[in-house]
Write a protein that binds this ligand. Structure first.
Ligand SMILES: NC(=O)c1ccc[n+]([C@@H]2O[C@H](COP(=O)([O-])OP(=O)(O)OC[C@H]3O[C@@H](n4cnc5c(N)ncnc54)[C@H](OP(=O)(O)O)[C@@H]3O)[C@@H](O)[C@H]2O)c1
Length: 210
């Protein structure tokens, strides 16, 4: 049986991944700021705010006591806001960078001892070069940084696989934070989760546009 640890597990994409892997018989650890809402999907729920290294450490410590070695480690936390730089408050910049980039570093750094020798680390990124749009400076910078982080990590963790998945539009609550309508033809989180599982099974590494 395989084991996954999913960060951002209460989000649209994170929850779909927890549900899919659970339905395939995986042991799934789920990390969220409010993990009680995952009680129907897994017994291995951990509370952490990716912006708070101490809470991430506590979640990792608990996961280490309960979970077998992790085969698929997946960072699906993220946050977005639309604001021109002129109006972008330092706290909002920090929130977006924490959720999309610094949290990915912190949770990776603290989780590495939990991983199986040949584990797969997956990060949910975005089409960062297409996001260099007015209002999206923080989000675009964070997602570009995430890709650079993962590329360097892959060269360090040579026995492990590292992938940045870049989805197109997915129908999740993230879109309620944007002054844009969800595009027609957006994927469902369940469909994206299926494709991410296929990427894991195929051993896909590097940047993967889905
Ligand atoms: N939806 C899309 O069209 C789309 C497209 C490309 C990429 N993505 C990326 O996909 C990832 C998942 O997004 P989603 O669409 O599933 O959005 P979502 O439903 O809003 O989920 C995002 C999750 O991240 C969590 N989160 C945010 N900041 C956090 C923090 N500091 N600590 C811990 N958790 C935090 C949120 O927690 P709370 O529930 O506590 O707020 C939420 O559960 C994000 O990285 C997003 O950028 C999404």
């Amino acid at each position: 049986m395989s084991t996954a640890l999913i960060w951002g597990a209460s989000g649209g994409i994170g929850r779909a991944l927890v549900a899919l892997l659970h339905s395939h018989g995986w042991t799934v650890g789920a990390v969220s700021r409010h993990p009680h809402d995952l009680a129907d999907l897994t017994d291995f729920r951990y509370e952490a705010d990716a912006a708070d290294a101490f809470s991430v450490q506590q979640a990792v410590y608990r996961a280490a006591q309960e979970l077998p070695a992790v085969d698929l480690w997946l960072y699906a936390a993220g946050d977005i806001l639309s604001s021109p730089v002129a109006d972008l408050a330092p706290a909002d910049w920090k929130r977006i960078l924490d959720a999309n980039l610094t949290g990915a570093y912190t949770s990776t750094h603290l989780s590495l001892p939990l991983l199986a020798e040949r584990a797969h680390l997956m990060y949910v990124g975005a089409y960062s070069e297409k996001l260099r749009l007015p209002g999206l400076s923080a989000y675009a910078a964070a997602k570009a940084g995430l890709e650079a982080f993962a590329a360097a990590l892959a060269k360090e963790q040579r026995d492990r696989r590292v992938t940045v998945v870049r989805p197109g539009a997915v129908d999740t609550p993230l879109w309620t934070k944007m002054p844009l309508r969800l595009p027609r033809g957006a994927s469902s989180p369940a469909t994206l989760a299926e494709r991410m599982l296929e990427a894991y099974q195929a051993g896909t590494v590097g940047t993967l546009d889905l």
